[in-house]
Design a protein around this ligand. Structure first.
Ligand code: ASP
Length: 324
């Protein structure tokens, strides 16, 4: 048995059917693998450290909303990460712009898009959720709101790693955003507390060398993130345009509502995404989901997607299955 998983396994149950004239036959019902609560999932290997921060927050008495905010703040500060936070790769003008969203299982949500100079866009998204009558603020308006809320404005300069990559890109780019399966890596986190309350967060610097003003799936509720206490939660990573086209995270939650397991729902979302997007060889997208019972699932278009899964006992990186 994989040592990375602690699970409470429902035993393989047999159900008896008595048909006149025949003996009772036993049909196995497929087993369900469920994990203990609290449970935190995050996209990619930077999720390991983010999960630690989230679990620590829960252990210190924080709510599941606090946990998913604090968890991804860890990634927003990671100077080695070129896909999240102000150290992320810039757009084609050389400007880093950030997208983020946050949601709880009762339908509360907030997001920010196309924001500059804010170190923790996830906290700004939470402030939009908690302090405004709106769900989403973008660009200069989001920045004005941040200033009013006392968020410090950071100096606008590329990190050394991002500057080096940008200068390299400029040599051959012909000013085109790169669409390939490797140049993005958002953190999406979904979690459930010991009582079964769900929350999620998603934060990114988006597609590298995108057009100025481009917004991906991550701040769009229902595309990069969706959470419903009645069903479960889902988050997405990968080429935002392909995920927006199918309302990825919302689709997965609705498929789970209809009885699909998280893994089946993620796989169906990938199938749908492939059917609605051209040039699929250049498009990577990965989905991650959990349901109320503590079942977990993931699926990606291409190999390479992984996610971190944490309970109170273990925090492990798991490779997702993929279509190709
Ligand atoms: N989904 C993000 C975006 O398109 C990037 C990523 O997850 O890789 O902005």
């Amino acid at each position: 048995m994989s040592q990375r998983r602690k699970f409470i396994k429902q035993s393989l149950m047999g159900s008896a059917f008595l048909i006149p004239g025949l003996e009772a036959v036993s049909r196995p019902i497929p087993s369900k693998e469920t994990f203990s609560k609290p449970l935190i999932l995050s996209t990619w290997n930077h999720g390991l450290s983010a999960n630690e921060a989230a679990i620590h927050t829960l252990k210190s008495g924080g709510s599941i909303l606090d946990a998913v905010e604090v968890g991804v703040k860890d990634t927003e500060l990671d100077m080695d990460n070129l896909s999240v936070g102000l150290q992320g790769l810039p757009d084609r003008e050389g400007i880093t712009t950030l997208d983020a969203s946050i949601m709880t299982g009762d339908g509360s949500c907030g997001s920010v898009a196309f924001v500059r100079q804010i170190k923790h866009p996830i906290s700004l998204a939470r402030a939009v959720m908690e302090k405004t009558p709106h769900v989403m603020l973008a660009g200069e308006g989001a920045r004005q709101f941040a200033i009013a809320e006392g968020f410090p404005l950071e100096k606008e300069e590329l990190s050394p790693k991002a500057a080096e990559a940008y200068n390299e890109w400029k040599k051959t780019s012909q000013y085109k955003p790169i669409i390939n399966i490797e140049n993005h890596d958002t953190i999406g986190m979904i979690g459930m507390d010991a009582e079964g309350n769900l929350a999620g967060s998603c934060t990114t610097s988006g597609l590298a060398y995108k057009m100025h003003g481009r917004v991906g799936d991550s701040p769009i509720i229902g595309a990069g993130l969706y959470v419903d206490n009645e069903v479960g939660a889902a988050t997405a990573t990968g080429l935002g345009e392909s995920i927006i086209r199918i309302c990825g995270a919302f689709l997965i939650v609705e498929l789970m509502r209809q009885g699909r397991s998280p893994r089946e729902a993620c796989q169906e979302a990938v199938r749908r995404l492939i059917s609605k997007n051209k040039n699929i060889k250049d498009i990577q997208a990965g989905f991650l989901a959990m349901n109320k019972e503590g079942e977990v699932g993931a699926f990606a278009v291409h190999p390479g997607f992984n996610y971190a899964q944490a309970t109170l006992q273990k925090n492990v990186l798991i490779d997702s299955k993929s279509h190709f």
